[in-house]
Ligand binder design. Sequence first.
Ligand code: SAM
Length: 242
Amino acid sequence: MSKEYDAIFSGVIGQDYDMLNLICPLATQMSHLVGETLKNYAENKTEKLTVVELGGGTGITTLALLSAGDNTQILSIDNEPVMQNQAKVHLHAWVESGQLTFSQDDALTALQKLPDASVDVIASAYTLHNFLNTYRAEVVSEIFRVLKSGGLFINGDRYALDDISQHTRATQEEVAGYFRVLIAEKKLDVLEHWIIHLFNDESENHVMRQSVALQQLQTAGFINVNLAHRVAVNALVMAIKP
Ligand SMILES: C[S@@+](CC[C@H](N)C(=O)[O-])C[C@H]1O[C@@H](n2cnc3c(N)ncnc32)[C@H](O)[C@@H]1O
């Protein structure tokens, strides 16, 4: 991502963006890619698009979605108020303009409250991999239900490699990177948090394995299921509701 892009995001989001960019630049890049994908989709549309974001966090992905243009109406869902309250502060200009609203429900509950075929795009970054496999399966069914025909699902996330040995090596390199960066920054508390969290991501009842995840979308009814921009354990997945 360009320095200019980083400066804009850092200016709005502040320290959270800078820290994530330092620890895991692939994660901030993935948010930008999610935003670019929305932009490409929105370019051909004349009507205002309804967009639902799952797991907005402090607002990095939300800002990428907002940067895609102003012909969107975005509902950002996150059930962690400490994270979402930061997004509300960072993105208050879009809240005031009416383009952005928030829900503090968990993703499944929030989706269950939405009518069938009522949303153009459901977008997310680094949220679905946190879900229990059983919960994720329910969320995927709900995403399919609430999308309109022709609607798009975009997810930039940790998609575990099907080759488990290769995945382990990629994860080991990732861990080495956390140690390198966070020891140099003297952020041992952040290092501890990231390592502990990684055990959750890699556990059998959470891990979002590429082939399983893509098959799950196909089984739900999605077409044009596509995984792109893979770098190490990160990838962008897109799917269309027919
Ligand atoms: C790693 S952060 C990603 C934030 C942002 N999308 C990004 O890429 O920087 C994951 C977010 O998902 C939220 N989250 C996790 N499980 C959730 C759930 N079941 N429903 C709604 N939000 C959830 C967490 O609170 C957290 O803010």
